[in-house]
Design a binder for this molecule. Sequence first.
Ligand code: DGT
Ligand code: CA
Ligand code: CA
Ligand code: ZN
Length: 577
Amino acid sequence: MARPNEEVEALLQEYADLVAITGGDAFKARAYEKAARAIGGHPADVSQLDAKGLRDIPNVGKSIADKVVEYLSTGRVTAVEEARAAIPAGVRELITIPTLGPKKAMTLYEELHVSSVEELLDAIHGERLRDLKGFGEKTEANILHGIALMQKAGSGRILLGAATDVAEQIVADLSGVEGCEGCTYAGSLRRMRETIGDIDVLVAADRSAPFMEAFAALPYAAEIIAHGQKKTSLRTTKGLQVDLRVLPPDSWGAGLLYFTGSKAHNIRIREMAIRHGYKLSEYGLFHAKSGKKAVSETEEDIYAKLDLPWIPPTLREDRGEIAAGLKGELPELIEEGDVRGDLHTHTDLTDGVSRLEEMVAAAAERDYAYFAITDHAPNLYMQRMTDEKILAQRERVRALDGKHRRMHVLHGTELNIGPEGDLDWPDDFLAGFDLCVASVHSHFHQTREELTRRLVRACENPHVSIIGHPTTRQIGKRPPIDADFDEVFAACARTGTALEINSHPERLDLGDEDILRAKRYGVKFAVNTDAHSVTHLPYMRYGVGTAQRGWLTKDDVINTWPLQRLRRFLRPPRRSS
Ligand code: DGT
Ligand code: CA
Ligand code: CA
Ligand code: ZN
């Protein structure tokens, strides 16, 4: 049920990998990769386009457009099938190991005849990789880590973004069934955890059968795992499990509270209920002695009987929310509507796929008061940035300032933090930007001291105001770098440098626990999308959810501030010691 654009993106990316692994033309592989990203980030639904419409998408030429048309009309592409057939399935599996690219996978196959993950593990344990050119002990360690991550990712948890798309579709479909008095999703998804085990959907209705039937008949239901009066579980065509429970409308609040969890939060609440002389279940809050129902209709009613305010689902992890609630000290959490602008975005001047004008127009549609363009700087040499190009972009940014719904457009850049903590441009050139984000993009395996020093040096540059995707993790793909983040957080607080909460569902970086820790140092945060396309701007909601899980308020997050206050924060020189 992924959007057709994403399906096509995955297909073309696979084809690019297959071309690369068979030692095909590197230019061709790169062309397919670029087209994959362009289609993935294209705002219009590609399944509605003909070959000509497809060719209007940047980086999509005739032969790629033809393959897409073939896929959309037949569900398969001959060239891709042939490339798949030419390579053993096990080798294709090797490419999917994070940290192992097509080139290394091909070497392993050709030199060692390794064609499965098991054979690869044997080869590593037999120390047979060490004789290969380009492989060493460090490569082995990286591959082992990649396999572990892949197996963990294969444990069935899926990313928050993908789960939200599916859940919202299901809620929309079931809300239309007659007799529906309420429908929402609960569980870890309502708590906005970064990965979701299964989706828990709740319906309030007097009769459950029509909902159970409608649910089982959904077009994307691939397998019915259990079918009953109270609960039906199914697996979607994408392999995701969804549980549907139908509750009587008068026990909606109790059911919603119970199935939202977390389990640890529920246990605490139930203990409190007992101390107050009640018994709490998914059907309601009952007087322990008489067994009579006290309340059950809303979550607020139940919390109130326990002397608690309503606790936002993103806080329900038994991390002190109940004690804070009893003392009237729950944080007033940041909400998506509080965000006044996005401070980390890219355009097609570097690796984005949307044009500057499109990004600015789409941001203004979101009612932002300000918006920053932060394309990559020269040290990510793949992006071929130059002084001339970025200065020419600045002119275009200035021309767009205030032109869409009076939105202010800021001109920034995303600097690359080099191995020594060095940045792309000298200070006098950096001074010309409205803001600089600085991020690590390579050399992830330096020592802890080196990585820490690198980040701290970046914070100490007076022109750097935000550290982008601070741990560089990609969920299920790349582990966080091993820096001493307590030292980094202290440096951020000391130098007035904000930490990013990158909202991309594959990153969510910083994550909730690091946010909680950083906040104790008095650090400020910026919730950004790092959008590479107009279609990524809505990822903001996932960053805000993550910020909520880190107990952040508006005051903690610089891009909820009015522009004047934000500018004071961004303006150098900030203290460096
Ligand atoms: P997930 O699906 O692994 O991402 O995590 P959840 O939190 O969605 O867990 P799930 O789907 O197993 O159950 C949904 C909610 O139901 C859970 O958050 C709390 C509640 N729940 C499930 N099992 C228990 C239990 O044994 N005791 C209590 N108190 N609550 C439970
Ligand atoms: Ca769940
Ligand atoms: Ca469940
Ligand atoms: Zn970046």
